[in-house]
Ligand binder design. Structure first.
Ligand code: CO8
Length: 279
C-alpha cells in the first residue's frame, strides 16, 4: 500500500503523486482523498510516448490499481503544450513489421485497458495519435479549451495502432471517425466535446483542477460499486446488449452482498451521510 502523503517519482519521464495535490483554484471545494496524479513528463518532446514510458506508466497504474486507498487516478501531461503528441516517432521510425511483432511492446495497451480504478485524462494542448489513444483508453476526458485531439498517423504513412480506429469510432461515430482518421485532421476541444469524446471542457488553466475535482467526486463514492459500474460501462463496447444487460444485473445483485449497499441505503433512510468501507 502506498503510504499516504508520499510522492513517488517512478522514472525520469513519469511522475506519480499519491495522494494527488489538492486543486489549487480558490473555488475548488472537493477534497482529493483517494486520488492519485500521474504525469507524463517529457515536455521537450511534447510528452511523446516511448515504449519505456508506456511500460513505466502501466507499472505505475498497476501499483495504484492494487492499492485499496487509491480510488481514482488523474493522468495528465507536463508542460501545458501537450497531453501527449503521439507515439515517439523517432523510436517508431526504426521499426519493421517483424520487430513490432517480436518486440511485444504493444501488449502494454492491454495492461492499460485492464486498470479497474477510474482513470481521468486531464488534457491540455495536443492529444494526437497514441496520445489521443491514451486519453481514449481512460474513462473520462477533461479537456482544456486549448486541447486538440486527432489521429494524424495517416500523414506519416501509417494508421492508428493503439485503439484509435475502435475507440474513436465508438466515441464519435463512424462518419466523423472515418473523416478524422483518413484525413488526419485534428479537432479542437469544443468539437470533441460536441462529438461525445470529451466529458467536459474548461478554461485551459483550470484543466488539472477540474480533473482532480471530478476524480475527488468519484473517489468519494462507494469503491466496490464504482469499480463494478466502470466494468459494466466498459463492457458495453465489448458485447451485445443482451450480454451486457445480463452482466449488469449480475453486478447489481452482487453489490447487495456488500456492507456499502447496506450502509448507503441505511444512511438514506436515516437522512445522514454514508460512510463507505469498501467492503
Ligand atoms: N514523437 C517524437 N517527438 C515528438 C513528437 C512525437 N510524436 N511530437 C513532437 N515531438 C518533438 C519534436 O520532434 C520536437 O523535438 P525537437 O525540439 O528535439 O525537434 C519537440 O517535440 C517539439 O515539437 P515541434 O517542434 O514539432 O512543435 P510544434 O509546435 O512545431 O508542432 C506538433 C507540434 C504539431 C504536435 C508536431 O510536433 C507534430 O506534428 N508531432 C507529431 C504528431 C504525430 O504525428 N503524432 C502521431 C505519432 S504516430 C502514433 O502516435 C502511432 C501510435 C501507435 C501506437 C503507440 C505505440 C507506442
Amino acid at each position: 500500500m502506498t503510504d499516504p502523503g508520499t510522492t513517488q517519482t517512478t522514472a525520469s519521464h513519469l511522475r506519480v503523486a499519491f495522494p494527488a495535490p489538492a486543486p489549487t483554484s480558490a473555488t475548488a471545494t472537493s477534497v482529493t482523498d483517494g486520488v492519485a496524479l500521474v504525469t507524463l513528463d517529457r515536455p521537450a518532446a511534447l510528452n511523446a510516448l516511448s515504449f519505456d514510458l508506456l511500460d513505466d506508466l502501466a507499472d505505475a497504474l498497476d501499483r495504484l490499481d492494487t492499492d485499496p486507498d487509491c480510488r481514482a487516478i488523474v493522468l495528465t501531461g507536463a508542460g501545458g503544450r501537450a497531453f501527449a503528441a503521439g507515439a515517439d516517432i523517432k523510436e517508431l521510425a526504426t521499426q519493421t513489421s517483424v520487430s513490432l511483432h517480436a518486440g511485444g511492446r504493444f501488449a502494454v495497451w492491454d495492461r492499460l485497458a485492464r486498470v479497474t480504478t477510474p482513470l481521468i485524462a486531464a488534457v491540455r494542448g495536443f492529444a494526437l495519435g497514441g496520445g489521443c489513444e491514451l486519453a481514449m483508453a481512460c474513462d473520462m476526458i477533461v479537456a482544456g479549451d486549448d486541447a486538440t485531439f486527432g489521429q494524424p498517423e495517416i500523414r506519416i504513412g501509417v494508421m492508428p495502432g493503439a485503439g484509435g480506429t475502435q475507440r474513436l469510432t465508438r466515441a464519435v461515430g463512424q462518419a466523423r471517425a472515418m473523416e478524422l482518421i483518413l484525413t488526419g485532421r485534428s479537432m479542437r476541444a469544443g468539437e470533441a466535446e460536441a462529438a461525445g469524446l470529451v466529458t467536459k471542457v474548461v478554461p485551459a488553466e483550470a484543466t488539472l483542477d477540474a480533473a482532480l475535482e471530478l476524480a475527488g467526486q468519484v473517489a468519494s463514492m462507494p469503491p466496490l460499486a464504482v469499480r463494478a459500474a466502470k466494468a459494466a460501462i466498459r463492457a458495453a463496447a465489448e458485447q451485445p446488449l443482451s450480454a451486457g444487460l445480463a452482466a449488469e444485473r449480475a453486478s447489481f445483485f452482487a453489490l447487495f452482498d456488500t456492507d456499502d449497499q447496506a450502509e448507503g441505503m441505511a444512511a438514506f433512510t436515516d437522512k445522514r451521510v454514508p460512510v463507505w468501507t469498501g467492503r
